[in-house]
Design a protein around this ligand. Structure first.
Ligand code: SER
Length: 314
């Protein structure tokens, strides 16, 4: 990785990944792209280009103009939004990915795109979900993710594109909020706890999902991309996780820092159904063995940091 182009650079992952990559690889070597520009640091701290990922020509031209050797494709709709707009989700998530893979092929670039725990479905083993297992998701988002993993593998085998990916769990951060995901509750809860001392969860008690703090997610992306290709048995995509909790457990942890924090429940049937179709916890052993994946933050450490950072910010 020397010159990196990122799509969806102003989104939940991109807005932080862009800054981290600029620190490591140099500001001018990280080309942020998104469908529109804003005032954020990611948009302002280095090269930025407006690129609609459904426009193959624009993507290839931008990559050529900046002579990139790595494409990181992050632009996508999350699970709940994709469920509300399935046709649009297919066109954006799959069309965007196809264009990004074609761009990588054309430039002979290394390639990264995130998959998700959403790639699993109700018939997948729920606990300690293996790396290689049944993948029959029942959401449009999940269908996109499985198809995306297969397509990324296809580009590796067919065209020799160095494609790599991670099955991310819910990602938690105090920088850019996610939008339209099922795991978003685990981010919203911190904002509401600090602002109002209470939170109404749309996910029900007892619903376990994997989660990870953003600093661990960023390190995982970079470490995977820098990993020795000879050591990779898998590519698209690796299970990674840092913790698994249900709404009650995160509420208890928050209560340790915000006394009197109150949790109530108003379950959203759409997002609950999505959550119920996903694993309780996934097994990251393949990522640990093949490229040394490790997470620093558990629920307690993340909660302490989230609350400190959000208190300064809000
Ligand atoms: N955070 C994502 C979502 O909830 C999962 O990949 O859609």
């Amino acid at each position: 990785m020397k010159r990196i182009m990122i799509t969806g650079a102003l989104g939940q992952i991109g807005s932080e990944l862009t800054l981290k990559l600029r620190e490591i690889y140099g500001s001018d070597n990280v080309i942020a792209t998104d469908i529109r520009k804003n005032e954020s640091e990611a948009a302002q701290s280095g090269p930025f280009e407006t690129v609609d990922v459904t426009d193959l020509n624009a993507m290839v031209e931008t990559a050529k103009k900046h002579n990139v050797d790595t494409v990181m494709h992050l632009a996508a709709l999350l699970s709940a939004t994709a469920e509300a707009k399935p046709v649009f989700a297919w066109n954006l998530n799959m069309g965007g990915l196809m264009n990004a893979l074609e761009t990588a092929r054309e430039l002979n670039a290394q390639f990264f795109t995130p998959s998700s725990i959403g790639a699993f479905g109700p018939t997948t083993p729920k606990d300690n979900t293996p790396q290689d297992t049944i993948m029959r998701p029942t959401t449009m988002y999940g269908v996109n993710k499985v198809a995306g993993e297969l397509l990324s593998d296809y580009y590796f085998h067919k065209f020799g594109v160095d494609t790599r990916g991670l099955r991310f769990p819910g990602l938690i951060s105090y920088v850019t909020p996610p939008g339209g995901g099922t795991t978003d509750y685990a981010v919203e809860i911190y904002y509401e706890a600090i602002k109002n001392g209470r939170y109404t969860s749309y996910i029900d008690r007892g619903t376990y999902m994997d989660m990870m703090y953003m600093p661990d997610a960023l390190n995982a992306i970079i470490n995977l991309m820098e990993a020795d290709t000879a050591k990779l048995v898998h590519r698209n995509s690796f299970n990674v996780t840092a913790m698994s909790f249900d709404p009650e457990e995160i509420a208890v942890e928050i209560s340790k820092h915000i006394s009197g924090f109150e949790m109530s429940y108003q379950v959203d049937p759409v997002r609950q159904k999505i959550a119920d179709s996903w694993p309780n916890s996934i097994d990251p052993t393949a990522a640990q063995n093949e490229w040394g994946f490790k997470a620093e933050y558990d629920l307690a450490k993340m909660t302490k940091d989230m609350i400190e950072k959000l208190r300064q910010q809000l």
